[in-house]
Ligand binder design. Structure first.
Ligand code: FAD
Length: 459
Protein backbone atom coordinates (compact mmCIF):
# COMPACT_ATOMS: atom_id res chain seq x y z
CA UNK A 1 0.00 0.00 0.00
CA UNK A 2 2.80 2.41 0.96
CA UNK A 3 4.48 1.52 -2.34
CA UNK A 4 1.38 2.61 -4.32
CA UNK A 5 1.28 5.93 -2.46
CA UNK A 6 5.00 6.50 -2.99
CA UNK A 7 4.68 5.84 -6.73
CA UNK A 8 1.69 8.19 -7.01
CA UNK A 9 3.60 10.97 -5.24
CA UNK A 10 6.70 10.39 -7.39
CA UNK A 11 4.60 10.59 -10.58
CA UNK A 12 3.01 13.82 -9.37
CA UNK A 13 6.43 15.36 -8.57
CA UNK A 14 8.35 14.29 -11.70
CA UNK A 15 7.87 14.80 -15.47
CA UNK A 16 6.11 12.13 -17.54
CA UNK A 17 8.36 9.14 -18.13
CA UNK A 18 10.70 9.91 -15.23
CA UNK A 19 9.21 7.16 -13.03
CA UNK A 20 9.91 3.69 -14.41
CA UNK A 21 8.29 0.59 -12.88
CA UNK A 22 8.56 -1.89 -15.76
CA UNK A 23 10.22 -4.87 -14.00
CA UNK A 24 12.67 -5.56 -16.86
CA UNK A 25 13.78 -1.92 -17.03
CA UNK A 26 14.20 -1.75 -13.25
CA UNK A 27 16.09 -5.05 -13.21
CA UNK A 28 18.41 -3.77 -15.95
CA UNK A 29 19.43 -0.91 -13.61
CA UNK A 30 19.72 -3.07 -10.47
CA UNK A 31 23.37 -4.23 -10.62
CA UNK A 32 26.70 -2.56 -11.15
CA UNK A 33 29.68 -4.03 -13.03
CA UNK A 34 30.85 -6.13 -10.06
CA UNK A 35 28.18 -8.64 -10.96
CA UNK A 36 28.91 -11.03 -8.10
CA UNK A 37 26.46 -9.99 -5.38
CA UNK A 38 22.76 -10.61 -6.08
CA UNK A 39 20.83 -7.30 -6.01
CA UNK A 40 17.57 -6.67 -4.18
CA UNK A 41 14.25 -5.97 -5.89
CA UNK A 42 13.65 -2.23 -6.28
CA UNK A 43 10.27 -0.49 -6.23
CA UNK A 44 11.06 1.87 -9.10
CA UNK A 45 13.71 3.65 -11.12
CA UNK A 46 13.51 7.44 -11.25
CA UNK A 47 15.26 9.72 -13.74
CA UNK A 48 15.41 13.25 -12.30
CA UNK A 49 16.71 16.07 -14.47
CA UNK A 50 17.04 18.86 -11.86
CA UNK A 51 18.23 19.26 -8.29
CA UNK A 52 14.70 20.29 -7.30
CA UNK A 53 13.42 16.95 -8.61
CA UNK A 54 16.08 15.03 -6.62
CA UNK A 55 15.00 17.00 -3.55
CA UNK A 56 11.34 16.10 -4.17
CA UNK A 57 12.25 12.41 -4.51
CA UNK A 58 14.17 12.50 -1.21
CA UNK A 59 11.30 14.25 0.60
CA UNK A 60 8.86 11.57 -0.54
CA UNK A 61 11.25 8.73 0.35
CA UNK A 62 11.99 10.30 3.74
CA UNK A 63 8.31 10.68 4.58
CA UNK A 64 7.65 7.01 3.82
CA UNK A 65 10.94 5.52 5.02
CA UNK A 66 11.73 4.16 1.53
CA UNK A 67 15.40 3.49 0.68
CA UNK A 68 17.12 5.54 -2.02
CA UNK A 69 19.98 4.16 -4.12
CA UNK A 70 21.83 6.88 -6.06
CA UNK A 71 23.27 5.62 -9.36
CA UNK A 72 25.66 6.87 -11.99
CA UNK A 73 26.74 4.68 -14.92
CA UNK A 74 26.75 1.43 -12.89
CA UNK A 75 30.42 0.82 -13.66
CA UNK A 76 31.18 0.32 -9.95
CA UNK A 77 33.09 -2.79 -8.94
CA UNK A 78 31.83 -3.34 -5.38
CA UNK A 79 28.04 -3.58 -5.65
CA UNK A 80 27.66 -0.03 -4.28
CA UNK A 81 24.88 0.98 -6.69
CA UNK A 82 23.06 -2.37 -6.54
CA UNK A 83 19.34 -2.28 -5.79
CA UNK A 84 18.15 -2.99 -2.26
CA UNK A 85 14.67 -4.38 -1.62
CA UNK A 86 11.87 -1.82 -1.96
CA UNK A 87 14.26 0.98 -2.98
CA UNK A 88 13.88 3.84 -5.39
CA UNK A 89 16.84 3.73 -7.78
CA UNK A 90 17.83 7.34 -8.45
CA UNK A 91 19.71 7.53 -11.75
CA UNK A 92 21.61 10.81 -12.05
CA UNK A 93 22.61 10.11 -15.66
CA UNK A 94 20.16 12.64 -17.14
CA UNK A 95 21.77 15.44 -15.12
CA UNK A 96 24.75 15.63 -17.48
CA UNK A 97 25.39 19.32 -18.09
CA UNK A 98 28.78 20.98 -17.87
CA UNK A 99 27.45 24.17 -16.32
CA UNK A 100 30.59 26.33 -16.51
CA UNK A 101 34.33 26.14 -17.12
CA UNK A 102 36.24 29.04 -15.61
CA UNK A 103 39.82 29.51 -16.80
CA UNK A 104 40.66 32.19 -14.21
CA UNK A 105 39.38 30.31 -11.17
CA UNK A 106 40.48 27.04 -12.82
CA UNK A 107 37.26 25.23 -11.97
CA UNK A 108 34.53 23.34 -13.76
CA UNK A 109 30.99 23.30 -12.40
CA UNK A 110 29.25 20.12 -13.48
CA UNK A 111 26.17 18.03 -12.89
CA UNK A 112 26.76 14.51 -11.54
CA UNK A 113 25.82 12.62 -14.71
CA UNK A 114 28.66 14.09 -16.81
CA UNK A 115 30.83 11.26 -18.16
CA UNK A 116 34.44 11.65 -16.99
CA UNK A 117 35.93 11.62 -20.51
CA UNK A 118 33.43 14.26 -21.69
CA UNK A 119 34.59 16.60 -18.93
CA UNK A 120 38.27 15.88 -19.68
CA UNK A 121 37.72 16.69 -23.38
CA UNK A 122 35.72 19.85 -22.68
CA UNK A 123 38.34 21.31 -20.34
CA UNK A 124 41.19 20.28 -22.69
CA UNK A 125 39.55 22.40 -25.42
CA UNK A 126 40.06 25.36 -23.07
CA UNK A 127 43.74 24.51 -22.40
CA UNK A 128 42.88 23.02 -19.00
CA UNK A 129 43.24 19.59 -17.44
CA UNK A 130 41.08 17.37 -15.19
CA UNK A 131 43.53 14.61 -14.13
CA UNK A 132 41.43 11.84 -12.44
CA UNK A 133 41.22 9.04 -15.03
CA UNK A 134 39.63 5.78 -13.88
CA UNK A 135 40.08 3.10 -16.55
CA UNK A 136 36.29 3.23 -17.03
CA UNK A 137 36.44 6.97 -17.89
CA UNK A 138 34.62 6.54 -21.22
CA UNK A 139 31.57 5.40 -19.29
CA UNK A 140 31.61 6.36 -15.59
CA UNK A 141 30.15 9.61 -14.25
CA UNK A 142 31.58 12.41 -12.15
CA UNK A 143 28.91 11.72 -9.49
CA UNK A 144 30.02 8.09 -9.29
CA UNK A 145 33.68 9.15 -9.23
CA UNK A 146 33.00 11.53 -6.33
CA UNK A 147 30.92 8.98 -4.43
CA UNK A 148 33.68 6.35 -4.75
CA UNK A 149 36.62 8.79 -4.60
CA UNK A 150 37.78 7.15 -7.81
CA UNK A 151 41.43 6.77 -8.64
CA UNK A 152 43.08 5.89 -11.92
CA UNK A 153 46.39 5.76 -13.69
CA UNK A 154 47.40 9.39 -13.13
CA UNK A 155 46.95 9.31 -9.32
CA UNK A 156 50.62 8.53 -8.88
CA UNK A 157 51.36 12.12 -9.87
CA UNK A 158 48.14 14.06 -9.34
CA UNK A 159 46.19 12.33 -6.57
CA UNK A 160 42.64 10.97 -6.54
CA UNK A 161 39.19 12.50 -7.23
CA UNK A 162 39.06 13.96 -3.70
CA UNK A 163 42.03 16.19 -4.52
CA UNK A 164 39.98 17.90 -7.26
CA UNK A 165 36.64 18.39 -5.47
CA UNK A 166 36.31 21.98 -4.28
CA UNK A 167 32.66 22.11 -3.30
CA UNK A 168 29.49 20.07 -3.65
CA UNK A 169 25.80 20.79 -3.92
CA UNK A 170 24.07 17.84 -2.29
CA UNK A 171 20.54 16.75 -1.47
CA UNK A 172 20.27 15.45 2.08
CA UNK A 173 18.15 12.46 3.08
CA UNK A 174 15.21 14.70 4.04
CA UNK A 175 15.34 16.61 0.75
CA UNK A 176 17.19 19.73 1.91
CA UNK A 177 19.61 21.16 -0.67
CA UNK A 178 22.95 22.38 0.73
CA UNK A 179 26.41 23.47 -0.43
CA UNK A 180 29.24 21.84 1.49
CA UNK A 181 31.72 24.77 1.32
CA UNK A 182 32.62 27.86 -0.72
CA UNK A 183 34.44 27.04 -3.99
CA UNK A 184 37.62 28.91 -3.01
CA UNK A 185 41.04 27.21 -3.07
CA UNK A 186 41.23 27.66 0.69
CA UNK A 187 38.27 27.41 3.11
CA UNK A 188 38.60 26.01 6.63
CA UNK A 189 35.35 27.23 8.17
CA UNK A 190 33.63 24.35 9.99
CA UNK A 191 34.26 20.67 9.50
CA UNK A 192 35.18 19.24 6.08
CA UNK A 193 31.80 17.94 4.93
CA UNK A 194 32.99 17.86 1.31
CA UNK A 195 35.65 15.39 2.36
CA UNK A 196 33.05 13.26 4.14
CA UNK A 197 30.72 13.09 1.15
CA UNK A 198 33.57 12.25 -1.25
CA UNK A 199 33.95 8.47 -1.07
CA UNK A 200 30.74 7.95 0.94
CA UNK A 201 29.22 5.75 -1.80
CA UNK A 202 25.81 7.39 -1.70
CA UNK A 203 25.29 6.74 2.01
CA UNK A 204 25.45 10.36 3.28
CA UNK A 205 23.91 12.53 0.55
CA UNK A 206 23.11 12.67 -3.17
CA UNK A 207 25.56 14.78 -5.17
CA UNK A 208 23.66 17.07 -7.56
CA UNK A 209 26.44 19.48 -8.60
CA UNK A 210 30.21 19.62 -8.17
CA UNK A 211 32.78 22.37 -8.46
CA UNK A 212 35.98 20.66 -9.57
CA UNK A 213 39.51 22.05 -9.57
CA UNK A 214 41.42 22.10 -12.86
CA UNK A 215 45.08 22.43 -13.79
CA UNK A 216 46.83 23.90 -16.83
CA UNK A 217 47.20 21.37 -19.66
CA UNK A 218 50.14 18.98 -19.20
CA UNK A 219 52.90 18.31 -21.75
CA UNK A 220 52.87 15.48 -24.28
CA UNK A 221 52.65 11.95 -22.90
CA UNK A 222 55.65 9.71 -23.54
CA UNK A 223 57.37 6.88 -21.72
CA UNK A 224 58.56 3.30 -21.75
CA UNK A 225 57.01 -0.13 -21.83
CA UNK A 226 59.41 -2.63 -20.25
CA UNK A 227 59.15 -6.37 -19.68
CA UNK A 228 60.81 -8.43 -16.97
CA UNK A 229 61.51 -12.08 -16.24
CA UNK A 230 59.95 -11.73 -12.78
CA UNK A 231 57.37 -9.50 -11.10
CA UNK A 232 60.00 -8.83 -8.42
CA UNK A 233 62.27 -7.29 -11.08
CA UNK A 234 59.48 -5.02 -12.28
CA UNK A 235 58.74 -3.96 -8.68
CA UNK A 236 62.40 -3.13 -8.07
CA UNK A 237 62.45 -0.93 -11.18
CA UNK A 238 59.18 0.74 -10.11
CA UNK A 239 60.55 1.51 -6.65
CA UNK A 240 63.75 2.94 -8.13
CA UNK A 241 61.68 5.21 -10.41
CA UNK A 242 59.49 6.39 -7.50
CA UNK A 243 62.58 7.12 -5.40
CA UNK A 244 64.10 9.27 -8.14
CA UNK A 245 63.47 12.86 -9.23
CA UNK A 246 61.54 11.95 -12.42
CA UNK A 247 58.01 11.55 -11.06
CA UNK A 248 55.95 9.54 -13.57
CA UNK A 249 52.35 10.46 -14.43
CA UNK A 250 51.54 6.74 -14.81
CA UNK A 251 53.28 3.69 -13.36
CA UNK A 252 51.36 0.49 -14.03
CA UNK A 253 52.15 -3.20 -13.68
CA UNK A 254 50.60 -6.17 -15.49
CA UNK A 255 51.59 -9.74 -14.61
CA UNK A 256 51.85 -12.68 -17.01
CA UNK A 257 48.28 -13.91 -16.34
CA UNK A 258 46.83 -10.48 -17.16
CA UNK A 259 49.05 -10.08 -20.24
CA UNK A 260 47.84 -13.42 -21.60
CA UNK A 261 44.20 -12.56 -20.77
CA UNK A 262 44.41 -9.21 -22.60
CA UNK A 263 46.02 -10.83 -25.64
CA UNK A 264 43.26 -13.45 -25.75
CA UNK A 265 40.53 -10.82 -25.24
CA UNK A 266 41.91 -8.48 -27.90
CA UNK A 267 44.19 -10.26 -30.39
CA UNK A 268 45.05 -6.87 -31.95
CA UNK A 269 46.55 -5.63 -28.66
CA UNK A 270 50.27 -5.15 -29.01
CA UNK A 271 51.25 -6.29 -25.52
CA UNK A 272 53.98 -8.92 -25.23
CA UNK A 273 51.93 -11.94 -24.12
CA UNK A 274 54.87 -14.16 -23.10
CA UNK A 275 56.55 -11.81 -20.56
CA UNK A 276 56.28 -12.44 -16.83
CA UNK A 277 55.69 -8.80 -15.99
CA UNK A 278 55.22 -5.54 -17.82
CA UNK A 279 55.76 -2.00 -16.56
CA UNK A 280 54.20 0.98 -18.27
CA UNK A 281 55.91 4.19 -17.15
CA UNK A 282 54.77 7.51 -18.59
CA UNK A 283 55.53 11.17 -18.08
CA UNK A 284 53.46 14.20 -19.09
CA UNK A 285 56.01 16.83 -18.04
CA UNK A 286 55.78 20.12 -19.91
CA UNK A 287 59.57 20.35 -19.83
CA UNK A 288 62.20 17.65 -19.40
CA UNK A 289 60.02 14.82 -20.70
CA UNK A 290 62.91 13.28 -22.65
CA UNK A 291 65.07 13.19 -19.52
CA UNK A 292 62.20 11.46 -17.67
CA UNK A 293 61.92 8.81 -20.38
CA UNK A 294 65.69 8.23 -20.37
CA UNK A 295 65.60 7.80 -16.57
CA UNK A 296 62.76 5.24 -16.78
CA UNK A 297 64.61 3.28 -19.47
CA UNK A 298 67.80 3.34 -17.37
CA UNK A 299 65.97 2.10 -14.26
CA UNK A 300 64.44 -0.76 -16.25
CA UNK A 301 67.78 -1.78 -17.82
CA UNK A 302 69.52 -1.66 -14.43
CA UNK A 303 66.90 -4.10 -13.05
CA UNK A 304 67.52 -6.59 -15.85
CA UNK A 305 64.55 -5.75 -18.06
CA UNK A 306 64.11 -8.21 -20.92
CA UNK A 307 62.88 -5.51 -23.28
CA UNK A 308 62.59 -1.74 -23.01
CA UNK A 309 60.51 -0.04 -25.71
CA UNK A 310 60.12 3.68 -25.98
CA UNK A 311 56.49 4.75 -26.26
CA UNK A 312 56.38 8.22 -27.72
CA UNK A 313 54.09 8.03 -30.76
CA UNK A 314 50.41 8.83 -29.99
CA UNK A 315 49.22 5.66 -31.76
CA UNK A 316 51.55 3.43 -29.75
CA UNK A 317 50.56 5.16 -26.49
CA UNK A 318 46.84 4.88 -27.28
CA UNK A 319 47.27 1.16 -28.01
CA UNK A 320 49.15 0.56 -24.74
CA UNK A 321 46.63 2.50 -22.67
CA UNK A 322 43.69 0.77 -24.38
CA UNK A 323 45.25 -2.61 -23.61
CA UNK A 324 45.77 -1.59 -19.97
CA UNK A 325 42.12 -0.46 -19.75
CA UNK A 326 41.04 -3.90 -21.02
CA UNK A 327 42.55 -5.52 -17.89
CA UNK A 328 39.28 -6.05 -15.97
CA UNK A 329 37.03 -7.09 -18.90
CA UNK A 330 39.78 -9.39 -20.23
CA UNK A 331 40.08 -11.17 -16.87
CA UNK A 332 36.29 -11.44 -16.63
CA UNK A 333 36.16 -12.97 -20.13
CA UNK A 334 38.72 -15.61 -19.17
CA UNK A 335 36.25 -17.87 -17.33
CA UNK A 336 32.97 -15.94 -17.52
CA UNK A 337 33.02 -14.08 -14.18
CA UNK A 338 35.47 -12.28 -11.93
CA UNK A 339 35.89 -10.91 -8.43
CA UNK A 340 37.80 -7.67 -8.64
CA UNK A 341 40.07 -7.05 -5.68
CA UNK A 342 41.49 -3.62 -5.00
CA UNK A 343 44.08 -3.93 -2.25
CA UNK A 344 46.56 -1.20 -1.38
CA UNK A 345 49.63 -1.66 0.81
CA UNK A 346 52.66 0.47 1.63
CA UNK A 347 54.95 0.16 -1.42
CA UNK A 348 57.59 -1.55 0.75
CA UNK A 349 55.16 -4.47 1.26
CA UNK A 350 54.42 -4.99 -2.45
CA UNK A 351 56.98 -7.77 -3.04
CA UNK A 352 55.48 -9.80 -0.16
CA UNK A 353 51.94 -9.08 -1.36
CA UNK A 354 52.73 -10.27 -4.89
CA UNK A 355 54.54 -13.38 -3.65
CA UNK A 356 51.69 -14.35 -1.31
CA UNK A 357 49.04 -13.70 -3.96
CA UNK A 358 50.82 -16.19 -6.22
CA UNK A 359 50.88 -18.71 -3.36
CA UNK A 360 47.12 -18.22 -2.72
CA UNK A 361 46.31 -18.70 -6.38
CA UNK A 362 48.43 -21.84 -6.85
CA UNK A 363 46.20 -24.91 -6.74
CA UNK A 364 43.12 -22.87 -5.74
CA UNK A 365 41.07 -23.93 -8.77
CA UNK A 366 40.62 -20.35 -9.97
CA UNK A 367 42.86 -18.01 -11.96
CA UNK A 368 44.27 -14.87 -10.32
CA UNK A 369 45.86 -12.15 -12.44
CA UNK A 370 47.36 -9.07 -10.82
CA UNK A 371 48.19 -5.62 -12.06
CA UNK A 372 47.39 -1.99 -11.62
CA UNK A 373 48.64 1.15 -9.99
CA UNK A 374 51.94 -0.08 -8.66
CA UNK A 375 53.22 3.45 -8.02
CA UNK A 376 50.41 3.93 -5.47
CA UNK A 377 50.88 0.46 -3.92
CA UNK A 378 47.34 -0.26 -5.23
CA UNK A 379 46.91 -3.47 -7.22
CA UNK A 380 43.91 -5.34 -8.56
CA UNK A 381 44.21 -9.09 -8.11
CA UNK A 382 41.32 -10.28 -10.29
CA UNK A 383 39.92 -13.74 -9.54
CA UNK A 384 38.57 -15.31 -12.75
CA UNK A 385 36.11 -18.17 -12.32
CA UNK A 386 33.33 -20.06 -14.06
CA UNK A 387 30.02 -18.96 -12.48
CA UNK A 388 28.35 -22.22 -13.61
CA UNK A 389 30.81 -24.38 -11.65
CA UNK A 390 29.94 -24.49 -7.92
CA UNK A 391 33.47 -25.64 -7.02
CA UNK A 392 34.97 -22.61 -8.75
CA UNK A 393 32.42 -20.25 -7.19
CA UNK A 394 33.35 -21.58 -3.74
CA UNK A 395 37.07 -21.36 -4.54
CA UNK A 396 36.66 -17.77 -5.76
CA UNK A 397 34.92 -16.82 -2.51
CA UNK A 398 37.65 -18.53 -0.49
CA UNK A 399 40.45 -16.74 -2.35
CA UNK A 400 38.49 -13.45 -2.09
CA UNK A 401 38.44 -13.73 1.73
CA UNK A 402 42.10 -14.73 1.81
CA UNK A 403 43.07 -11.67 -0.22
CA UNK A 404 41.05 -9.37 2.08
CA UNK A 405 42.82 -10.90 5.10
CA UNK A 406 46.20 -10.56 3.42
CA UNK A 407 45.68 -6.83 2.84
CA UNK A 408 44.93 -6.35 6.54
CA UNK A 409 47.90 -8.46 7.59
CA UNK A 410 50.25 -6.34 5.46
CA UNK A 411 49.01 -3.10 7.05
CA UNK A 412 46.98 -2.13 3.99
CA UNK A 413 43.39 -1.69 2.90
CA UNK A 414 40.96 -3.95 1.05
CA UNK A 415 39.99 -1.07 -1.19
CA UNK A 416 42.26 1.62 -2.59
CA UNK A 417 39.70 3.07 -5.01
CA UNK A 418 36.70 0.85 -5.87
CA UNK A 419 34.93 1.22 -2.52
CA UNK A 420 33.37 -1.17 -0.02
CA UNK A 421 29.90 -1.44 -1.58
CA UNK A 422 28.47 -4.75 -0.42
CA UNK A 423 31.35 -6.98 -1.49
CA UNK A 424 33.95 -5.93 1.05
CA UNK A 425 31.79 -5.18 4.10
CA UNK A 426 33.09 -8.32 5.84
CA UNK A 427 36.57 -6.81 5.98
CA UNK A 428 35.71 -3.56 7.73
CA UNK A 429 36.03 -4.80 11.32
CA UNK A 430 39.58 -5.95 10.73
CA UNK A 431 40.50 -2.78 8.85
CA UNK A 432 38.91 -0.13 11.07
CA UNK A 433 38.14 -1.71 14.45
CA UNK A 434 34.89 -1.36 16.43
CA UNK A 435 35.43 2.16 17.80
CA UNK A 436 36.08 3.73 14.40
CA UNK A 437 33.20 1.79 12.84
CA UNK A 438 30.87 3.04 15.55
CA UNK A 439 32.06 6.62 15.05
CA UNK A 440 31.39 6.29 11.32
CA UNK A 441 27.88 4.93 11.93
CA UNK A 442 27.16 7.93 14.19
CA UNK A 443 28.29 10.30 11.42
CA UNK A 444 25.94 8.46 9.07
CA UNK A 445 23.13 8.92 11.61
CA UNK A 446 23.73 12.68 11.70
CA UNK A 447 23.35 12.88 7.90
CA UNK A 448 20.64 10.26 7.49
CA UNK A 449 18.75 9.65 10.76
CA UNK A 450 16.21 7.25 9.21
CA UNK A 451 18.90 5.32 7.26
CA UNK A 452 17.26 5.57 3.84
CA UNK A 453 20.39 6.46 1.84
CA UNK A 454 21.90 3.36 0.23
CA UNK A 455 21.35 1.15 3.30
CA UNK A 456 23.51 -1.93 3.81
CA UNK A 457 26.45 -0.47 1.88
CA UNK A 458 29.82 0.98 2.81
CA UNK A 459 29.56 1.21 6.64
C1 FAD B 1 36.60 -1.72 -16.78
C2 FAD B 1 36.53 -0.93 -15.49
C3 FAD B 1 37.64 -0.22 -15.09
C4 FAD B 1 37.61 0.52 -13.90
N1 FAD B 1 38.73 1.24 -13.52
C5 FAD B 1 38.70 1.98 -12.40
C6 FAD B 1 39.86 2.75 -12.01
O1 FAD B 1 40.89 2.77 -12.70
N2 FAD B 1 39.77 3.46 -10.87
C7 FAD B 1 38.65 3.47 -10.10
O2 FAD B 1 38.64 4.14 -9.07
N3 FAD B 1 37.55 2.76 -10.44
C8 FAD B 1 37.54 2.03 -11.57
N4 FAD B 1 36.43 1.30 -11.93
C9 FAD B 1 35.25 1.32 -11.04
C10 FAD B 1 34.17 2.38 -11.39
O3 FAD B 1 34.23 2.77 -12.76
C11 FAD B 1 34.30 3.60 -10.48
O4 FAD B 1 34.02 3.22 -9.15
C12 FAD B 1 33.39 4.79 -10.86
O5 FAD B 1 33.72 5.88 -10.03
C13 FAD B 1 31.91 4.48 -10.73
O6 FAD B 1 31.19 5.50 -11.41
P1 FAD B 1 29.69 5.26 -11.91
O7 FAD B 1 29.20 6.52 -12.50
O8 FAD B 1 29.62 4.07 -12.78
O9 FAD B 1 28.96 4.99 -10.52
P2 FAD B 1 28.00 3.79 -10.07
O10 FAD B 1 28.67 2.48 -10.27
O11 FAD B 1 26.66 3.97 -10.67
O12 FAD B 1 27.92 4.10 -8.50
C14 FAD B 1 29.05 3.95 -7.68
C15 FAD B 1 28.71 4.42 -6.25
O13 FAD B 1 28.48 5.82 -6.26
C16 FAD B 1 27.17 6.11 -5.75
N5 FAD B 1 26.71 7.28 -6.54
C17 FAD B 1 26.67 7.37 -7.90
N6 FAD B 1 26.27 8.62 -8.25
C18 FAD B 1 26.05 9.31 -7.10
C19 FAD B 1 25.62 10.62 -6.80
N7 FAD B 1 25.36 11.52 -7.76
N8 FAD B 1 25.47 10.99 -5.50
C20 FAD B 1 25.76 10.11 -4.50
N9 FAD B 1 26.18 8.85 -4.73
C21 FAD B 1 26.32 8.45 -6.01
C22 FAD B 1 26.38 4.85 -5.91
O14 FAD B 1 25.35 4.76 -4.94
C23 FAD B 1 27.46 3.78 -5.67
O15 FAD B 1 27.65 3.59 -4.29
C24 FAD B 1 36.43 0.54 -13.11
C25 FAD B 1 35.31 -0.16 -13.54
C26 FAD B 1 35.34 -0.89 -14.70
C27 FAD B 1 34.11 -1.64 -15.13
Amino acid sequence: MAGVQVLAQLRAALPAGAVVTDPAAVLARSSDAAGAAAPGVALALVLPSTTAQVSAIARIAHAHGVPLVPQGALSGLAGGANAVDGAILVSLEAMAAIVRIDAVDQVAVVQPGVVTDDLARAVAERGLFYPPDPASSSRCTIGGNIATNAGGMRCVKYGVTRDFVRSLEVVLADGQIVRTRPPTVKAVGGLDLTGLVVGSEGTLAIVTEATLALLPAPGPTQGVCATFATVAGALAAANAIMAGPHRPSTLELLDSVVLAAISAYDPTSTLPAGAHALLLVLTDAREGGSADVAAYARAAHERAALTVDLATEPDRLDALLAARRAFQPAMQALRGASLNEDVAVPRSRLPELIERLAALAAGSGVTVGTGGHIGDGNVHPVIAFDPADPAQVAAAQRVHRQILDLAAELGGTVTGEHGIGVEKLVALDAELGPTVRDLQRRIKQAFDPTAILNPGKKL
